[in-house]
Design a protein around this ligand. Structure first.
Ligand code: GLU
Length: 485
């Protein structure tokens, strides 16, 4: 059997991190088994239609490196892969079920259904259609339809049966059929509901494994009933656990908190994000923390996905992203950083060359790209000294600091540029000089660092000096002394 999985999102305009994990697991499973990944757009709910949402979704998948074999924009033997372009297929299948006696027309008005629901609620009964239209003869239905009366088509759920399916993650799941509503399959405007379109397409597209979120478990018995009504073989189901907040509540649906777009905009690297979400609810049982997509494909085992919800721990993501940042080349780092620097209007000074040093300083200190430039702000923006006394180390005095700043200026002036641009070399020089002069380290290094950064906290003075270069360093030390004196 050739494995075929599908990712079947209803595009909403943004991609929920949980949906990205569903897409990823489908991807990992299919690729592990040398199978095919289908992208199918489930957009039959036209009221919720968001223009451009599909294109946007495809772009996000591309950005995080999840490709697909069949779907919109690609050839494939089972297209179109956009459900709103397949209405006729669903209508034919709904009618087929009516002919076979597994579905029926229902003419009940929304008012009647509303009243029925309210009554059932009051009686604390299961909310279910009462099958008023089940007894209508086909002649009567034809006549009413001909007159233009609006009707939906409902699935006739069998009575008094146990509906069972095997789930690769959760084992056997059984539901009594009497608890299941006669699900609407085709709406009165001729559009299918999710249930009909989903099952028909999974069958026609020869999907072998349905991997989706746990929130679809309540729908699956209806799908099982549909497979039976059509006389089709069912795919294998695997329902992956929900994502949770650290306090174990269900992860918010609020876009800003959980959208993949937002994670990317904060500057998490796509490969770090993929690595992180792969391990939400699944664990390759090793101490390794970083996995490439290829390694994940190699190791993925759907039956090892946990049953319980997976906590989305952002601190873990921060840590992992930092590890990824340390692992990328300086060139890659700078390429990722560029749009973030631009959005802050931070431009490298004219003639700046020490990019390797800059990348090293930043990489070690940031967790995600939107923090870039903050640690090395003094490279982009001339510091202002609102409070010059900050230049004085807590165990030192103003007089001493003024003297030392003057000495520092002379010292830096005597060093060749090359020795300043190398922070390790510079550190050696300064430490030696401090010893020769019998200064206290804090007396020298604190005012030097503050003179260069203008800030109470910053990277160390050697790292900063190597970024700024001789001319700027001498200028800032000079300014600091003048301000303090
Ligand atoms: N369109 C459904 C969704 O948005 C798909 C559920 C499924 O995979 O069956 O999640």
């Amino acid at each position: 059997m050739k494995v075929r999985t599908r990712f079947a999102p209803s595009p909403t305009g943004y991609v929920h991190i949980g949906n990205l994990r569903t897409a990823l697991y489908n991807h990992l499973f299919a690729r592990h088994h040398k199978g095919t990944v289908v992208l199918r757009i489930e957009d039959t709910d036209r009221e919720r239609h968001v223009p451009g949402a599909m294109e946007h979704l495809i772009l996000i998948l591309e950005q995080v490196g999840l490709d697909y074999d069949e779907g919109p924009g690609k050839d494939g033997p089972f297209g179109p892969y956009i459900q709103s372009e397949r209405s006729a297929v669903y209508q034919d299948h709904a009618r087929l079920l009516v002919e076979k006696g597994h579905a029926y027309y229902c003419f009940c008005s929304n008012e009647r259904l509303g009243a029925l629901r309210a009554e059932q609620k009051e009686q604390k009964a299961i909310s279910k259609y009462d099958r008023k239209c089940l007894t209508l003869s086909s002649a009567e239905c034809d006549e009413r339809l001909k007159k233009g009366e609006r009707a939906v088509i409902r699935l006739r759920i069998p009575d008094n049966e146990v509906i069972t399916f095997e789930d690769s993650i959760r084992g056997t799941i059984s539901v009594h059929s009497n608890e299941i509503d006669d699900q609407v399959l085709l709406k009165s405007d001729g559009m299918p509901t999710y249930h009909l379109a989903n099952v028909v397409d999974d069958h026609l597209m020869e999907i072998t494994h349905v991997i989706r979120g746990e929130d679809w478990i309540p729908s699956t018995p209806k799908h099982v009933a549909l497979y039976r009504a059509f006389g089709w073989v069912m795919p294998v189901f695997a329902h992956v656990p929900l994502l949770l907040n650290p306090d174990k509540t269900k992860l918010s649906k609020r876009q800003g908190d959980v959208s993949v777009e937002d994670f990317l905009a904060q500057g998490y690297l796509p490969q770090a994000l993929i690595n992180f979400i792969a391990l939400l609810g699944w664990n390759p049982r090793s101490d390794q923390e970083r996995y490439t997509l290829e390694e994940l494909i190699e190791l993925f085992d759907i039956s090892k996905v946990n049953k319980s919800g997976a906590v989305l721990n952002k601190e873990k993501l921060d840590w992992l992203n930092h590890e990824y940042l340390l692992g990328i080349t300086d060139k890659e780092f700078i390429a990722h950083a560029e749009p973030f620097l631009k959005s802050k209007a931070y431009a490298f000074p004219a003639g700046f060359k020490n990019f390797a040093q800059w990348a090293r300083v930043e990489k070690q200190r940031i967790k995600k790209m939107n923090e870039v430039g903050e640690e090395t702000r003094c490279l982009f923006i001339e510091p202002t000294f609102e409070n010059p006394s900050l230049l004085v180390w807590k165990k030192s005095t103003q007089e001493k600091t003024v003297v030392i700043l003057a000495e520092l200026e002379v010292f830096f002036d005597s060093l060749p540029e090359h020795d300043i641009l190398d922070d390790k070399l510079l550190e050696e020089h300064i430490k030696q000089w401090i010893e020769e002069k019998h200064f206290e380290r804090g007396d020298v290094l604190w005012p030097l660092r503050v003179a260069l950064s203008g800030a109470e906290r910053s990277p160390g003075p050697f790292e900063l000096a190597a970024l700024l270069g001789k001319k700027v360093v001498c200028g800032r030390i000079h300014n600091a002394r003048v301000l303090l004196a």
